[in-house]
Ligand binder design. Structure first.
Ligand code: PLP
Length: 396
């Protein structure tokens, strides 16, 4: 692609394509490497040792990872560089531990993905002597009241992947910026396609690339995109210390997945909206938690900061339904698989219980909840499947 600035769909299809470096092949191939050879001792000894530039040693990455990283960076206008990790949680661990140390304080949204709290928060950061305060995801600019002299980072996830609360990200980043506090966001729900948090003032944006970037339920990957060279050097240094770079096969799969990101995201949105609207009108449903619905409390913020909505939302059943009734409904679904993760081509359904993982702001609802990922099937078939499910729910 020429240097001319192109629109997002064009960037998605052309970024990091270097066919004339790769025998005319459009997508960069999978380079496996540990060793990188030099023709002479002289060239080995005088090689470019600029940290993390070019192909130096397999642990730092090969042209396959670099092509993916270049592509993700290009998707986030205003960003500097991207580093890829073997999973989303690997990206979260690295993006936090790189910039926090013993004695620091970090603010985490109460709505973060469960393992962000349990694995990264508790097992990694607290063990390293970092103090964590969880904040109400709806806090907005009042987050200023929670800042301490040693607060070094605010970590957001918006919407949260269980409760779908939308945060006022610009209000939070304005508070952070005034005080020199780093902001990080998990942007997996919108992915680079539907939201650019850099335009909202965020410093570091991460994604579980396992979801929409890969998009086919067959690869694990995490991305961390930063806004300065200093952040890049620090993050890349930590990645090298942990020996935690993405594998070349996964990088290739993610890059291949990204080439169709625009059409998949648009279709997830169309299908999810149709199913969500249908569910919203059902008497068995108390609430559909999907910011794209005008009735959702986060709708206005979502409309302001995101250009679309992905296929993931929550369904809160009427209080009268028991857990066994909800299980009968979900167990019998034909087209929805029961399993963790989301962002792939296929539909999924799992029970969720957000109350157990809140500490700052209680989740007051006792209703049974199901989280649906709406895939690329015909939405009318999905609706028929769910309608049969309501039959089982009512009969249980
Ligand atoms: C919002 C969110 N962030 C991060 C992750 C972690 O990604 P991974 O499963 O690739 O480690 C997940 C996984 O479900 C997620 O839902």
């Amino acid at each position: 692609m020429s240097k001319k600035s192109r629109r997002k769909d064009t960037v998605i299809t052309h970024a990091a394509m270097k066919p004339w470096d790769n025998q005319g092949i459009p997508n960069p191939p999978v380079y496996y490497a540990s060793t990188v050879l030099f023709p002479t001792v002289e060239e080995f000894q005088t090689r470019d040792r600029t940290p993390f530039q070019g192909v130096q040693y397999g642990r730092s990455g090969t042209p396959t990872q670099f092509a993916l990283e270049e592509t993700v960076t290009a998707l986030y206008e205003g960003s500097h560089k991207t580093v890829t990790f073997p999973s989303g949680i690997g990206a979260i661990a690295a993006a936090t531990i790189t910039f926090l140390q013993h004695g620091d304080h970090v603010l985490f949204s109460d709505s973060v993905y469960g393992p962000t709290r349990k694995r990264v928060g508790k097992n990694l950061l607290e063990r390293a002597g970092v103090e964590i305060t969880y904040y109400d995801p709806l806090i907005g600019g009042d987050i200023a009241d929670l800042i301490q002299p040693n607060t070094k980072m605010i970590y957001m996830e918006s919407p949260g992947s269980h409760t779908f609360e939308v945060q006022d990200v610009p209000a939070i980043t304005a508070v952070a910026r005034d005080r020199g506090i780093l902001t990080v966001i998990d942007n997996t729900w919108s992915s680079a396609y539907f939201c650019n948090p850099f335009a909202l003032g965020v410093d570091i944006v991460l994604e579980a690339g396992t979801k929409y970037l890969c998009g086919h339920s067959d690869a694990m990957l995490g991305t961390v995109t930063v806004s300065t060279e200093e952040q890049f050097q620090a993050l890349k240094g930590m990645q090298n210390t942990l020996g935690s770079r993405s594998g070349p096969d996964e990088a290739f799969l993610a890059l291949r997945g990204i080439r169709t990101l625009s059409v998949r995201m648009e279709r997830h949105q169309i299908n999810a909206l149709k199913v969500a609207e249908w569910l919203d009108a059902r008497p068995e449903v108390e609430r559909v938690l999907y910011p794209a619905l005008p009735s959702d409390p986060g709708h206005e913020l979502w409309k302001r900061d995101h250009t679309g909505a992905c296929g993931l939302f929550g369904v809160m059943l009427d209080k009268k339904f028991s857990k066994p009734a909800m299980c009968a409904m979900v167990d019998g679904l034909d087209l929805f698989g029961i399993g963790a993760s989301w962002g792939g081509f296929e539909s999924l359904a799992i029970p969720i219980a957000p109350a157990g993982s809140r500490t700052a702001t209680p989740w007051p609802h006792e209703n049974q909840m199901v989280r649906l990922h709406i895939g690329l099937e015909d939405p009318d078939d999905l609706i028929e499947d769910l309608e049969d499910g309501f039959g089982r729910l009512n009969a249980a």
